[in-house]
Ligand binder design. Structure first.
Ligand code: CMP
Length: 180
């Protein structure tokens, strides 16, 4: 009874599958570009999760994945592999594994570059007011949020922190008010 599908349901499912296949083939470019954002342990402790999500939602980006997790040192060594020679590396791994983080994937046109602007500079002292780091933190070693620095890093980081089935393709009802 409940399992019966009408012809239009079947067509809708086929259209959706074709759309997702096109998006995946396109390599997440254009309005489907994706970036990895993490609210760091200090951001979670300081109750900044809601404010950060609010900023990305209000901007017009789409949340396609999110989870609260406590990262292991091993996962963080993979994530920050290119910084392993830096003097702050072991402190960074300890800080990042010291409490829960909120890992997210946001989608939208030029989201990698725009998210970096919304975050501000790595060092909060160089971040303008109005940016997340400019408004909510003071020291580089406690800079509350991470965002991928390039499309390639975003792809690597998303696949490190998220499994396929944890990411969603969903249709926004107000998309035509965000994109012309
Ligand atoms: N000079 C520094 N001292 C301590 N931590 C740093 C320094 N420079 C960069 N970091 C950290 O290294 C991180 C690398 O990318 P993030 O955007 O996560 O934010 C950065 C900071 O948390």
């Amino acid at each position: 009874m409940g399992s019966k599908r009408s012809l239009s349901d079947t067509k809708e499912l086929a259209d959706l599958a074709a759309k997702h296949a096109r998006i995946i083939e396109s390599g997440w470019t254009g309005t489907n570009e994706r970036t990895f954002i993490a609210v760091k342990p200090d951001g979670v402790q300081r109750r900044l999760v809601g404010e950060i999500i609010r900023r990305f939602e209000r901007k017009g980006f789409k949340l396609v994945g999110m989870k609260l997790l406590q990262a292991s040192e091993e996962e963080l060594r993979q994530h920050y592999g290119d910084l392993r020679e830096k003097p702050f590396y072991s402190g960074l791994v300890k800080y990042m594994s010291s409490g829960p983080i909120v890992a997210m994937v946001w989608q939208g046109l030029d989201v990698v570059k725009t998210a970096r602007k919304m975050l501000g500079e790595t060092n909060p002292a160089d971040s303008l007011p109005g940016t997340i780091r400019g408004d909510y933190c003071v020291e580089v070693g406690r800079n509350v949020i991470h965002g991928s620095d390039s499309v390639e890093s975003a792809q690597r980081e998303i696949s490190l922190w998220f499994k396929h089935h944890e990411l969603f393709c969903w249709e926004e009802c107000n998309e035509h008010w965000i994109y012309a």
